[in-house]
Design a binder for this molecule. Structure first.
Ligand code: RFL
Length: 395
């Protein structure tokens, strides 16, 4: 049987950043990923990195390509009532900026650099099973290339996302689960077209939310609000472009460029948190422990933040015999997780068309518009948005 200090389940942003940060502190680890390398390097998801996420990657020598290919952003545009308002978050929050860099590019960088430094990683690890979590030597079992493998660990890091095996391996009744499904979903569209904007656009419209996000000079990302469980077959490309044109329209001659749709899917939205993010020698990080609605663009940033806290806590335990950071792991992470939930939910309810069965629908819709007006007109309101969007220092 193989042995390691930390067995990491999942090669997403949480698992890979954890692996690098542990290795930089001289802690041995092995990463197990159920998918192929090609699959994880192509999975389109997030694209907006907080300033401190980039700083952390830089500190570990993981940001070279990101610096070269990523785009720095300093503001967002809100559209409502046929108008636009810019929130210059960099100006409003100590010069802090955001970086647009596709998650799959980041994951590809992290994998390449992990392999280059001799890091252990097993792709196509099937049927991963966790056991002995409440004992001193937890174990990971899995199958690979037709062979059964066992990996004895001191700690297991469950970085396997929302649908992974780690969280369900915790006995029933241990976790407090907060699961809130939202009455909104997004049609996510990746299109082969140059962006029609220099900054990300969030549009509040009576037909529903529309977002124009950025990826590169030739590829753009769009989102359209729809109902949960709406099949993607309801969204032929013509309908997508027609809705985007209508919902993003402003009365000043701005034009949306159209192009071939490369990928499209429907994502439901939820707010999900488990407390604590730990059981015995299993620690959960990233989407395995929490999901935020994508509106605030925070999930990846939270995953990286958990990984940082966990790596440092394990290193302190290994090198100094100090368990205090591990004991505080869940509480430390959850402080930021809940703050991000609060912001992401607030922004989600602000920017989406409310469901038709909302009590006092007309009043609440008026209040949404009033809040958007306040954001556009008040520097203090915009500054609060800016701090949350860019990531509040100290949380
Ligand atoms: P991931 O990325 O899901 O990685 C988990 C990995 O674990 C593997 N795995 C397993 N491996 C072994 N055995 C098993 N049984 C396994 N089960 C799963 C998976 O194959 C995978 O490789 O989780 P992680 O690392 O916690 O990272 C979280 C982020 O991916 C996620 O929060 C973000 O993508 C969320 N998100 C955004 N976050 C941002 O910070 N900024 C954004 O702009 C942003 N936009 C988004 C988003 C998520 C979206 N969707 C699709 C939910 C936009 C969208 C539409």
């Amino acid at each position: 049987m193989a042995r390691t200090c930390v067995g990491i389940v999942g090669a997403g942003p949480a698992g890979l950043v954890l692996a690098h940060r542990l290795a930089d502190q001289g802690v041995e680890c092995v990463v197990l990923e159920q998918r192929t390398r090609e699959y994880v390097e192509r999975r389109v998801r997030a694209g907006l990195l907080e300033h401190r996420t980039v700083e952390l990657l830089e500190r570990h020598g993981l940001a070279e390509r990101l610096r070269e290919l990523g785009q720095i952003h300093r503001g967002v545009e809100l559209r409502f009532a046929g108008r636009r308002a810019r929130i210059p978050y960099t100006e409003l929050y100590n010069g802090r900026h955001m970086m647009v860099y596709a998650q799959q590019e980041l994951v590809a960088d992290l994998i390449r650099l992990w392999i280059a430094r001799g890091g252990a990683i097993a792709f196509e690890a099937e049927d991963v099973a966790l056991s002995g979590l409440d004992g001193a030597r937890p174990e990971l079992r899995y199958a690979r290339g037709g062979r059964d493998e066992r990996l004895e660990c001191e700690w297991i890091a469950g970085c396997d996302g929302f649908h992974g095996v780690s969280r369900p391996s915790i006995p029933e009744g241990v976790l407090r689960v907060h699961d809130h499904r939202l009455p909104f979903a997004w049609v996510g569209v990746l299109a082969q077209v140059a962006p029609s904007t220099e900054e990300i656009i969030y549009a509040h419209h009576e037909r529903g939310f529309a977002g124009h996000m950025l990826r590169s000079a030739t590829v753009s990302r769009f989102y359209l609000q729809t109902e949960p469980d709406d099949p993607i077959e309801h969204w032929p490309d013509d309908r997508i472009w027609d809705e985007l044109q209508r919902r993003l329209a402003v009365g000043d001659g701005w034009k949306l460029r159209e192009g071939p749709v490369l990928e499209k899917n429907v994502t439901d939205m939820r707010s999900f948190v488990v407390e604590p993010m730990q059981y015995g020698r299993l620690y959960l990080a990233g989407d395995a422990a929490h999901i935020v609605p994508p509106t605030g663009a925070k999930g990846l940033n939270l995953a990286v933040s958990d990984a940082r806290v966990l790596a440092d806590a394990i290193a302190a335990r290994v090198h100094q015999g100090d368990s205090s950071l591990l004991e505080a792991y869940s509480e430390t992470c959850l402080r930021r997780v809940w703050a991000v939930q609060a912001f992401s939910l607030w922004m989600t309810w602000l920017i989406h068309r409310l469901p038709p069965d909302t009590p006092d629908l007309e009043l609440r819709t008026r209040l949404q518009k009033a809040q958007l007006e306040v954001l556009a007109a008040s520097r203090a309101a915009a500054a609060t948005f800016a701090e949350n969007y860019v990531g509040i220092e100290g949380l």
